[in-house]
Design a protein around this ligand. Structure first.
Ligand SMILES: Cc1cc2nc3c(=O)[nH]c(=O)nc-3n(C[C@H](O)[C@H](O)[C@H](O)COP(=O)(O)O)c2cc1C
Length: 491
C-alpha cells in the first residue's frame, strides 16, 4: 500500500463550501485539500457578476491555457464593480447531453480556476470532488480541473464505473464518453455524452497528469464492483458512513423510518473493513471521523486515513457565509445542535442531512413560502420524451410542469430546491423580485463534536486548528505529516 497519501482528506463540500481558499489552506498544511466541483460554472459566473472582489478569478483566468476561450468567458460574465444589489444574477443555461458549447467552456474555465487557485503558493496535491448523479457537466469540468493539474478526483453519489477510463482519455486530450442515465430509454437510443478536447483546445498541449481516482463507497459490494468492473484504475476508496454530511447512500434493503421520518440504517450498511482490506486498495474512513481518537482508530483498522467534512465546513476558510456559520455554531455552543436525515429533500432521491435552524427553510412553514421554481437544474433527471428525444425534469420544479413531463406527483412531495439553497449558503443567493433565496445548511450527525474547536468567546476557528486537533493523538505524527510532501506533483 502506498505511503504517499494524505492522512487527512478535507472532504469535498458542495456548492463551494470547500472552495479554493479552504482547499489551499488544507493542502498548504500538507494534508489533502479538496475543492467541490459541483455547480462551479454557476459559482464562477456569479463571482464575476459580483465584480470579482479581490481579483482572484482574474488571476486564475490569466493562467488558463486557451486565451480566446478565457476572453469569451470573461467578456460574457464579468461586470466591472459588480451588478446592482437589486439586479438578479444572469444564469448560464443548464447543461444538456451534448452541450451547449458556451456552458461547456464555462465549466472548463471555472474548474480550471478553482483548482489553480487552490494550488497557488504551495507544492502539495489538491483534489476535486463531483457527484456522479450530476453527470451533465462532468466531462468538461474534469478536463478543466485536469488542465490545472488536479491530483485527485473523488466521486460519490452514484456508481462511477466509467470515470477511470475518462481520466485516462482526458489526460491525453483524447475524446471521452460517459453514459447519461435516461429514464424510459429504449434500445438504440443515443444516451452517451461525448467530449472532444480537440474541439476546445487552442494549439497543441503536452499530456496532463492523470489524477488518482478515489471512489466514494458505502458498501463492500460497490468496492468490489469498482475493482472488478471499472474501465481503468481505481486508486482508492472513501468509505462513507450514513452519519456523514451532505448526501448519504440510502439504507440497503426494505426502507424503514424512525418516528421523525428519518431512514434507519442497520448492520447491512456497515462496511466490513477486513474484507475491504483484501482488495489491497488504500481507503479512508468518512462520517464521524472528525476527532483525534477516530483518526487513530481508522489507522489501526488499516485505513490510510480519514476524510472529514463537518469540522471543516464551519471553519474560517470555508465558503459558507459568516452569518450561517455563526447561526450554526451558536446552537453548537449552546448544546442544542440538531441534524436530521431528510429522505426526500434532495431531488436525487438520496437522503440528505439538514441542520435544523429556527426560522430557516428547514422549517416546513418557511419553505412553503418559497415560490417553487427550478432554474439552475443540476439535479434534473433526463427522461425519454414521447417523441424519443431527451427531456429534463426536476422533482423540485413546479408540480404542474413536472407532471407535464411525465413525472409522478408523489415524487414532488417534500422536495427542496437544493441548487438555489446551496448557492444562498455561500452568499450568492438569487433575487426574484422581492424574494431572496434562503440557505439550507447540511452537516454530519456529529455537528455537536465541533464544540471542542470553539474558543470560549466567539465562534472562530481555522482549518489549521482542525488539522492540529485531528493529528494530536498520532504518535507517528511527523511521519504522517511529511508523507504528502513526498508525493511528486506534476503540472
Ligand atoms: C457541508 C457539507 C457538504 C458536503 N458536500 C459533499 C459533496 O458535494 N460531495 C461529496 O462527495 N460529499 C459531500 N459531503 C461529505 C464530505 O465530503 C465528507 O465525506 C463527510 O462530511 C465526512 O463526514 P463528517 O461530516 O462526519 O466529517 C459534504 C459534507 C458537508 C458537511
Amino acid at each position: 500500500m502506498s505511503t504517499n497519501h494524505p492522512t487527512i482528506i478535507q472532504g469535498g463540500m458542495g456548492i463551494a463550501v470547500s472552495n479554493w481558499r479552504l482547499a489551499s489552506a488544507v493542502s498548504g498544511l500538507g494534508q489533502l485539500g479538496v475543492v467541490s466541483g459541483t455547480a462551479l460554472d454557476q459559482v464562477f459566473a456569479r463571482r464575476l457578476q459580483d465584480g470579482d472582489p479581490g481579483g482572484h478569478m482574474r488571476r486564475g483566468v490569466d493562467q488558463f491555457p486557451f486565451p480566446e476561450m478565457a476572453k469569451r468567458i470573461w467578456d460574457t460574465w464579468f461586470i466591472p464593480g459588480g451588478k446592482a444589489d437589486t439586479q438578479p444574477y444572469k444564469r448560464p443555461t443548464p447543461a444538456t447531453k451534448d452541450g451547449p458549447r458556451d456552458v461547456r467552456e464555462l465549466c472548463i474555465v471555472a474548474n480550471f480556476v478553482e483548482v489553480f487557485l487552490a494550488r497557488e503558493g504551495h507544492d502539495n496535491p489538491v483534489g476535486i470532488n463531483y457527484l456522479e448523479k450530476i453527470q451533465l457537466p462532468l466531462l468538461p469540468s474534469m478536463y478543466g480541473a485536469m488542465l490545472a493539474g488536479v491530483a485527485y478526483v473523488l466521486i460519490g453519489a452514484g456508481i462511477p464505473l466509467k470515470i477511470p477510463g475518462v481520466l485516462d482519455a482526458l489526460a491525453l486530450h483524447e475524446p471521452a464518453a460517459y453514459p447519461l442515465p435516461v429514464t424510459g430509454s429504449q434500445e438504440g437510443d443515443d444516451t452517451m455524452m461525448t467530449f472532444v478536447p480537440a474541439e476546445y483546445m487552442e494549439g497543441a498541449h503536452p499530456p496532463l497528469r492523470r489524477p488518482d481516482f478515489l471512489a466514494i463507497i458505502a458498501s463492500n459490494t460497490l468496492a468490489l464492483t469498482m475493482v472488478k468492473r471499472a474501465n481503468g484504475k481505481v486508486n482508492g476508496f472513501i468509505v462513507e458512513g450514513p452519519t456523514a454530511g451532505g448526501h448519504n447512500a440510502p439504507p440497503r434493503g426494505k426502507p424503514v423510518f424512525n418516528d421523525d421520518g428519518e431512514p434507519v440504517y442497520g448492520e447491512r450498511d456497515v462496511v466490513d473493513l477486513v474484507k475491504l482490506r483484501e482488495l489491497d486498495v488504500p481507503f479512508w474512513l468518512a462520517g464521524g471521523y472528525g476527532r483525534p481518537d477516530k483518526v487513530r482508530e481508522a489507522l489501526d483498522n488499516g485505513a490510510a486515513g480519514v476524510q472529514v467534512g463537518t469540522a471543516f465546513a464551519f471553519c474560517n476558510e470555508s465558503g459558507l457565509t459568516r452569518e450561517y456559520k455563526n447561526e450554526v455554531l451558536k446552537v453548537v455552543a449552546a448544546g442544542s445542535a440538531r441534524v436530521v436525515t431528510d429522505p426526500v429533500a434532495s431531488p436525487t432521491n438520496f437522503p440528505f442531512k439538514v441542520v435544523r435552524l429556527q426560522g430557516s427553510v428547514t422549517e416546513p412553514d418557511v419553505y412553503a413560502g418559497r415560490p417553487r421554481i427550478c432554474d439552475l437544474g443540476y439535479l434534473r433527471e433526463a427522461y425519454r420524451t414521447a417523441v424519443g428525444a431527451i427531456g429534463y425534469r426536476c422533482a423540485a420544479e413546479p408540480v404542474t410542469v413536472y407532471k407535464s413531463k411525465g413525472g409522478k406527483t408523489e415524487n414532488t412531495v417534500g422536495r427542496k430546491c437544493l441548487c438555489n439553497a446551496l448557492m444562498a449558503n455561500i452568499g450568492l443567493p438569487q433575487l426574484r423580485n422581492k424574494y431572496v433565496e434562503k440557505g439550507l445548511i447540511t452537516s454530519g450527525d456529529d455537528l455537536s463534536e465541533l464544540a471542542p474547536y470553539l474558543p470560549a468567546e466567539g465562534w472562530i476557528y481555522s482549518a489549521s486548528d482542525v488539522i492540529d486537533k485531528l493529528m494530536s493523538e498520532l504518535s507517528d505524527l511527523g511521519e504522517a505529516l511529511t508523507s504528502m510532501c513526498e508525493t511528486p506533483v506534476l503540472a
